[in-house]
Design a protein around this ligand. Structure first.
Ligand SMILES: Cc1cc2nc3c(=O)[nH]c(=O)nc-3n(C[C@H](O)[C@H](O)[C@H](O)COP(=O)(O)OP(=O)(O)OC[C@H]3O[C@@H](n4cnc5c(N)ncnc54)[C@H](O)[C@@H]3O)c2cc1C
Length: 402
């Protein structure tokens, strides 16, 4: 499926074939735009993730025309919350707008599937092509990228618009001097795969709100998860913000202590582990705003779009990709100049219109509550015994109200 690398220009260059980049490229191609999607790795490739998609993320897959009925997908009706000896099942609400189920699929093939879906819509995908720097004109506007191609040779790709979807490190944005805001939360999370038949018929994603930090007398300023996958494995992980008093938590030790306490019958031990524990950063709360400047849009983790409520970022990356593509497609119908710029600036305006209330409240809660006490206060006995309150929490956490 891969095309040979030649010096190629395009109307739009998209950097990174994660969910943000593939979604942006797909929606652009569908709008008739000529797109070059550059990915540094060969696909499939692994990505440290929980592999879970909330109903809002599933909605985006449907909008992209992804077939979610085949092998490799696993549905869940909701979330089973574990907190201080109590368990409660919180089903995803039937809102009429969003699906009432979530999905899991390993990022190993999820990202490849999205990239090939974009390719079949007309996107020119170049894997093993690492962008090394943005190209800028005399006025500082981004007009393309330099990259190292599949043959190891440097190459230039020029474009009217560049989309940086290169993930949490956000190297392209940083290369233009575009630093992230340090006022928004930055979490770290770690995950490991296990093979077990204990969850074969389980219809829920599992969440633990009462984990203790291994290296401090404090609640984990985050949560633990167990997401069953379609292939008989589970994705077990935990994540957290830096603690307000104790700083960064030792996630590895906290993970080890937690796993040792889980029921023996779940068979989560060294014998069933199928990967090392790997961790990565979660840039949250919209940490690069506005998300357009000087010819370049930032989408997904490179714009810090992970939800400060839930730590989910896949659905957000795909939704932002669609919004970005709409703005760029309109912009390209106009000659370069102020009217084109006006269309490009619509991307951050629309992100703000849809998300800013949700993120502002989430950022405040992350700083004031989650970073001190974790998620435990939200899942106290009173909350967990009120079906109406837990339903409301599911809507808020899943961003299913808008
Ligand atoms: C442990 C953990 C668990 C998580 N669990 C979940 C979860 O269950 N559900 C959820 O919704 N979110 C989860 N997230 C967040 C989610 O992984 C991200 O929000 C999501 O991957 C963002 O997508 P993206 O496309 O912006 O970035 P990425 O998925 O990181 O994709 C960026 C792409 O850009 C490529 N790239 C980078 N630099 C270059 C370059 N110079 N040239 C060319 N290509 C480049 C990379 O190779 C990569 O393919 C989790 C994160 C972590 C760390």
């Amino acid at each position: 499926m891969q095309i040979q690398q030649e010096a190629q220009d395009a109307q739009v260059v998209v950097i990174g074939a994660g969910p943000a980049g593939s979604a942006t490229a797909l929606h652009l191609a569908r709008a008739g735009v000529d797109v070059l999607l550059l990915e540094k790795d060969a696909l499939p490739r692994d990505k440290v993730c929980g592999d879970g998609l909330t109903p809002r993320g599933v909605h985006q897959l449907l909008r992209m025309g992804v077939d979610i009925s085949g092998e490799g997908w696993r549905r869940s009706h909701g979330v089973r919350v574990h907190c201080e000896g109590r368990e409660i099942d919180v089903d995803w609400p039937a809102t009429g707008r969003y699906p009432d189920f979530s999905l899991t699929r390993t990022r190993h093939d999820f990202d490849e599937l999205l990239a090939h879906h974009a390719q079949s819509a007309g996107v020119r995908l170049l894997t093993r092509t690492k962008v090394t720097a943005p190209l800028r004109d005399a006025a500082g506007r981004v007009v393309g990228v330099t990259a190292v191609g599949q043959d190891g040779e440097p190459v230039e790709h020029r474009a009217a618009v560049v989309v940086a979807a290169d993930g949490a490190p956000a190297r392209t944005a940083l290369a233009t001097g575009w630093a992230r805001s340090t006022r928004t939360p930055m979490a770290t999370a770690a995950r490991r795969y296990y093979r077990t038949d204990a969850f074969t018929d389980d219809g829920y994603l599992h969440l633990w709100a009462d984990l203790r930090c291994a290296d401090a007398d404090a609640w984990l300023p985050g949560y633990g998860w167990l997401f069953p996958l379609a292939d008989g494995r589970v994705n077990l992980g935990l994540g957290g913000l830096p603690h307000r008093r104790h700083g960064n938590t030792d996630l590895r030790a906290t993970f080890r202590d937690w796993v040792a306490r889980l029921p023996e019958g779940w068979k989560l031990d060294e014998a069933t582990a199928e990967s090392p524990l790997r961790s990565a950063a979660l840039p949250m709360g919209l940490n690069r705003r506005p998300q357009y400047r000087d010819g370049m849009l930032v989408v997904g983790d490179s714009a810090g779009m992970v939800s400060p409520w839930s730590g989910e970022g896949i659905g957000e990356a795909m939704e932002a990709g669609e919004i970005a593509a709409q703005a760029v497609a309109l912009a390209l119908t106009r000659p370069s100049g102020s009217r084109r710029e006006q269309a490009l600036h619509h991307y951050p305006s629309e992100v703000t219109r849809r998300w800013s209330r949700h993120y502002q409240l989430g950022n405040a809660l992350a700083g004031q509550v989650f970073a001190r006490f974790g998620y435990r206060p939200l899942f106290n006995r009173a909350v967990m015994s009120s079906p109406a309150t837990t339903r409301l929490l599911a809507r808020i956490f899943g961003h299913l109200r808008a």
